[in-house]
Design a protein around this ligand. Structure first.
Ligand SMILES: Cc1cc2nc3c(=O)[nH]c(=O)nc-3n(C[C@H](O)[C@H](O)[C@H](O)COP(=O)(O)O)c2cc1C
Length: 206
């Protein structure tokens, strides 16, 4: 299949940029994600689906804690894309010096953002290279007017050095995904604290 035929459709499916925060065993972490969608039509029972790659430290932390918070970025927060999305929490404490408070789920919530959704994971589907986490929103707030930050707009403003790092990182992640995306485990998900062995977990917390 020629991807360029469907690219105009596919690029509309990414969400606004979110800083996905998590907490596990005394450590806070954050990563950038755009693979997020609404997953409930019941206004008083909001749910989201969040797709996290298994190679990310955040994946292990969300799998272990069963919690995450989505902090959607404001248009003037493009600097956080490099800080949170091009570096792993394995190499750096990315939330050091970032103003935050502990959310109801236990995940940190950023004081400065477009708005946040604090969530508890209720189910998960293995997709080989990543996990689709179904989560219920237990608390949330819109903190700014206007619109959130979208990747299509943000990438036009990023320094060329960041875009080069993004392209290199993305190429190796696409290769890793290609190698693992068919290795789907069809067992049902269990919260990791009850039965960790039934699911692919990250090596450092598994
Ligand atoms: C624009 C952008 C969008 C991204 N979208 C996702 C995503 O939807 N899901 C995901 O798991 N990683 C996504 N990433 C990659 C992670 O943010 C990145 O690998 C991060 O360094 C992982 O950090 P961690 O190892 O501390 O968890 C994205 C990165 C960028 C820059």
């Amino acid at each position: 299949m020629d991807y360029s035929e469907i690219a105009p459709i596919m690029r509309t499916l990414w969400s606004p940029l979110a800083a996905v925060t998590s907490h596990w065993q005394g450590k806070d972490n954050v990563q950038i994600a755009v693979a997020i969608s609404a997953a409930s039509i019941v206004p008083d029972r909001p749910r989201v689906v969040v797709q996290l790659y298994k190679t990310n430290l955040s994946h292990s932390m969300v799998l272990s804690s069963g919690a995450l918070a989505l902090n959607f970025l404001k248009p003037d927060q493009t600097n956080l894309i490099g800080d949170f999305g091009l570096i792993s929490g394995r190499d750096q404490d990315k939330l050091n010096g970032v103003a935050k408070t502990k959310g109801a789920s236990g995940s940190p919530v950023l004081d400065e953002c477009f708005g946040y959704l604090d969530c508890k994971v209720i189910n998960a589907m293995d997709a080989g290279d990543m996990t689709c986490f179904l989560a219920e929103v237990i608390k949330g707030e819109a903190l700014a007017d206007g619109k959130p930050l979208w990747w299509q707009d943000a990438r036009r403003q990023l320094p060329s050095e960041w875009l080069e790092r993004w392209e290199i990182k993305q190429s190796s992640e696409v290769a890793a995904s290609r190698a693992t995306m068919d290795q789907v485990t069809l067992e049902s998900w269990q919260p990791v604290l009850i039965n960790r062995s039934s699911f692919h977990s990250g090596k450092e917390l598994g």
